[in-house]
Write a protein that binds this ligand. Structure first.
Ligand SMILES: *[C@@H]1O[C@H](CO)[C@@H](O)[C@H](O)[C@H]1NC(C)=O
Ligand SMILES: *[C@@H]1O[C@H](CO)[C@@H](O)[C@H](O)[C@H]1NC(C)=O
Ligand SMILES: *[C@@H]1O[C@H](CO)[C@@H](O)[C@H](O)[C@H]1NC(C)=O
Length: 316
């Protein structure tokens, strides 16, 4: 439990710091680092792997804690250790957390050559490896979610997938930007979308997929309203309106893991346009990050422009 405790208290510290910095803070409270709230999840579920605070947009007086447990078992029939995100009232007792029903369903099936076979493989998908909230909207992802691909014989490509929840968990929609007709390591097959995730200040989703294009990695953004609008379980290959994705670069950029982590902020000091840019962190080089410009080329298939923020070191 030590790990959970540490995470809970350091996350608590973060809130405290954020409140102190808020210029117009009208309410505040204290956390007692020596008496932290401790939550417990199932043994072996990696409960506490990810965590964020949550506030329903209709209830400004209550803050709760969302805790990812990427190896938790769920009620999804026939699926082992799909992973889950727990809703924990705060303050609350150690056993007070409940699974949020982002997805209750089994693997979808597809008819191939007259026989039904799974279209996807949700066991061990690590749902809850990442979770983020923004003004009552929540996103949580399963970076190891696999699907059979569009290929004739099918494969199991770990494209990753995310779910958004809105209106205090009364509506859900899936967002799997790498589940496309571009499979395999050279395409988006090993994307692992949702390895990292964040929201922009105005509520757009920013999703990192470090495995696309021989691990060059990839970042995509999409609006939550657009993800929900016209959402259907049957739309397996879906391009969300207004979605932007970074594209493949020269092969000298292989193994860069773009999208290993993402954070959103104003980094260039030119916020005159009020424009916020996702900062996308890489792992290969010590001090490297790429800046993803919010400007995109106009028209369908438009994509984000990616610039190096700091010159990347040589291999390390
Ligand atoms: C999930 O369920 C499986 C099969 O019932 C079991 O073997 C496994 O230990 C469970 N995992 C967790 C984290 O509870
Ligand atoms: C479909 O079934 C036929 C007959 O069983 C077989 O010859 C063919 O290879 C199968 N095609 C695929 C794509 O599996
Ligand atoms: C929001 O959902 C949580 C979890 O289901 C529930 O406990 C809470 O009462 C709800 N809040 C509102 C304002 O509906």
């Amino acid at each position: 439990m030590e790990r959970v405790r540490d995470r809970a208290s350091s996350a608590g510290m973060f809130v405290l710091a954020a409140l102190c910095l808020a210029p117009n803070g009208v309410w505040s409270f204290n956390l007692y680092a020596e008496h932290p709230t401790v939550y417990r999840g199932p043994d072996g579920s990696y409960f506490g792997y990810s965590v964020d605070f949550y506030q329903a947009s209709t209830d400004r007086n209550t803050v709760s804690v969302l805790v990812g447990a990427p190896r938790a078992n769920t009620s999804q029939p026939g699926i082992v250790e799909a992973g889950a995100v727990y809703y924990c009232p705060w303050p609350g007792l150690p056993e007070s957390c409940r699974q949020i029903p982002f997805d209750n369903s089994n693997n979808r099936m597809i008819k191939v050559n007259g026989t039904r076979e799974p279209l996807e493989f949700k066991s061990h998908q690590w749902f809850g490896a990442s979770v983020r909230t923004h003004k009552g909207n929540v996103v949580a992802c399963a970076p190891l979610y696999r699907w059979r691909t569009v290929k004739r014989d099918g494969e199991k490509d770990p494209v990753g997938t995310c779910y958004v929840a809105v209106q205090n968990f009364s509506a859900y929609a899936e967002y799997s930007p790498c589940r496309t007709s571009d499979p395999d390591p050279e395409g988006q097959g090993f994307c692992q979308a949702g390895f990292s995730v964040d929201f922009t200040k105005d509520g757009r989703l920013v999703v990192g997929g470090p495995g696309s294009f021989y691990w060059q990695g990839q970042v995509m953004t999409a609006g939550v309203a657009e993800i929900l609008n016209g959402y259907s379980l049957k739309a397996v290959l879906r391009r969300v309106a207004g979605e932007k994705q970074t594209v493949m670069a020269e092969d000298t950029n292989d193994d860069s893991y773009l999208g290993y982590s993402v954070a959103v902020g104003e980094f260039t000091g030119d916020s005159a346009q009020g424009e916020q840019r996702p900062c996308v962190c890489l792992t290969r080089a010590a001090a490297a990050w790429w800046e993803v410009s919010a400007r995109s080329r106009a028209g369908p298939g438009s994509h984000l422009d990616v610039k190096y923020g700091v010159q990347r070191d040589s291999d390390s």
